[in-house]
Every structure is written in C-alpha cells, then in structure tokens.
Design a protein around this ligand. Sequence first.
Ligand code: TXA
Ligand code: MG
Length: 348
Amino acid sequence: METKVVRIPPDRVEEHEEELALAAEIIKRGGLVAFPTETVYGLGANALDEKAAEKIYAAKGRPSDNPLIIHIADKSDYSKYCEIENAEGFKRLTDAFVPGPITIIEKKKSIIPDTVTAGMDTVAVRFPSHPVARRLIELSGVPIAAPSANTSGRPSPTRASHVIEDMMGKVDMIIDSGESDVGLESTIVLIKEGELTLLRPGGITPIELEEVWGKIKLDKAVTEKLSPDEKPLAPGMKYRHYAPSAQVVLLRGEDSRVRDFMKRALEKEETGVICYEEDGFEESERVKIIGSREDKSEMAHRLFDILRYFDALEKISIIYARLPDSDGVGLALANRLIKASGYTVSEV
Ligand code: TXA
Ligand code: MG
C-alpha cells in the first residue's frame, strides 16, 4: 500500500483544511490514518466500522483481545457511545481534564462494534486536545478508534519518524505534526459502581485525579507484576509493552553508587546508559540524558525517543536506566520503564 505523508504543524491547522479533509475522507471510507495527539501518535480508523477496526489490529500485529480507545471531539459525544454512570463525578472529571490526556472507561452502547472493545462490555473514550486530532475527528464525523501507532510491543511513537519506521506501507496516510507534547500515553480511568480506578498512569497524576474526584483506587497492574493467573483491568497492561530490543535494567540505590556502577558498565561497548542531567555524564553515542531529575514531564517527553534510539543502535545489548521515584508523573514514567525492563530492577 502507498502511504501518503503530510506535514501539518499544530498551530497551522486552518491552512491545511484540504489535507485534513482528505484524511477524513480516508477514515470515512474505512482506511487508516496515523495522526498526532498530545500524548503519542495514534493509528486511526472509523470506530463504527468493524472492518476498518480489524485493519488496525492487522497493521500493528496487535492481539485481538486488546481493546481500542475511541477518540471524540465534542463532550456531548461521550453519551452517544457509553452509558454515563455517576454523572456528577463524570462531569467534574471532564470539566477538569477534557479535552486532554485522559481516557475514561464506562459501559458501552451497542453502536460500538465488539471488535473495537475486544468483546468487553465497556468502552474507552478520549477527547484529545491536539488541534490536528480534533479537526480530523470533527471532519470525519465519526469517532476514531486509535491505539498508539507503533508495531505491537515497540515503544509508542512520539515523532512522525517513529510512525514512519513502523507503519510505512501499512496505512493510507501519516500526518506529521512534530513531537508529541506529553510523550506517554493517556491516563486511563474506569468509572464503576461510583468508584474511580486508575488502570494506566499518564500525564494526569493520581493527586490531580483525587483533587477532583476524592479517593481513587489503583489497579494492581499499575505498580506490581501480576502472576500469570491474574488479569489487569486494562488488558494491554499485561503485555511487555514499550520494550526496546536490548535488555533494560533499572538501577536503584544511592546516587554515587549508581553513577559509579554506570561508569564501570560503560567500559563495555555493548552498554547504553539513560541518566539524569545531575549525574554529570556527557551525552554521547551510548549515554543519553533523559532530563533533570526535578523535571519528570521533560523525562516523560523524551523516554520513548531514547528507547527507540537505542533500538536502532545494534551494538547495544544492555541499557542501564535510573528508576525514578513515583511522585506525580513519576508514577507513569516508572511504570513504562519497569515494563520496558520486564520488571528487572537492580539494587546497587
Ligand atoms: O494516549 C493514548 O491513550 C494513545 C493515543 C493515541 O490516544 N492511545 C493508546 O492506545 O495508548 P493503546 O491502544 O496503545 O492503549 C489502550 C489501552 C490498552 O492497554 C487497552 O487494553 C486499554 O487501553 N483499554 C481499551 N479499552 C478498554 C476497556 N474497555 N477496558 C479496559 N481497558 C481498555
Ligand atoms: Mg499502545
């Protein structure tokens, strides 16, 4: 398949109505369009068209038991696709965070095909804030089902070049809008029986959620490795996602010991290191600085690009990274790193 790549900067949407209309036409006709959002790039198809949704699973090589998020561009659309439970709490949540990097799961309405929800009786809905995503959804006139636009098992794409790496020849169009703002996938919450449960941490933090909702619950899969007979509430959390091809090992320990360990490890040519600015290493081919330890948003923004960078560097077989503390966005950052490492944390 021929893939058309178009460039639409986020602040130039009005000048690109024609390309966006073409993208919307592809969606309406049952094709695939990779598009930017404020979290990561998404791989979109008409969420009301079962055949189109099937193409998403095929292009990603995604297991069919892993449901998709549907994207809308108007708050009143939530009630078209799901049963709003706890309307008062739902309103507080959407007033505070929507449009933005949050996905809300509630009971689904029958208009959403089972292929999209992988047979679950709930549906995940997100209203992204990215201007290109919003305009594309508006022009399509349908909700857009979109997982992250990576091949299943690879780190999510935060630049169009990442999407091109994974999806060239497999989709009809890729919209290049530069770097994703947040850099980690959306915060996913489930509203059920009056309770709010965090299924996947993201840019919106547990504290921010609790300020709006009150006490929330954390699905066990957010912080712990589940045993083979346990199921996470979000099926995708069980996969060794976000994984580069080299082994990632997370280091925990006193700063000076971690630095010494990294220094020694770097003597071997097959070692890569992901460190903080404060660690005092010079950035080089095998040393990537993820940001200041004080700035977790910056680290979130850079993580997947760094993992993909090391992926492309064939000689690297082991990557040592710092395990950040779990404050704020740190919970999401630590969650992605822990999964990339397959739960290997080393005390040094
Ligand atoms: O930021 C994001 O959420 C990006 C952009 C493109 O919007 N999308 C994204 O989609 O990360 P994906 O498919 O890579 O991750 C969706 C996660 C999966 O872990 C899936 O299992 C879970 O959401 N999910 C989807 N529908 C669900 C449902 N009805 N119940 C529980 N989990 C669900
Ligand atoms: Mg994904």
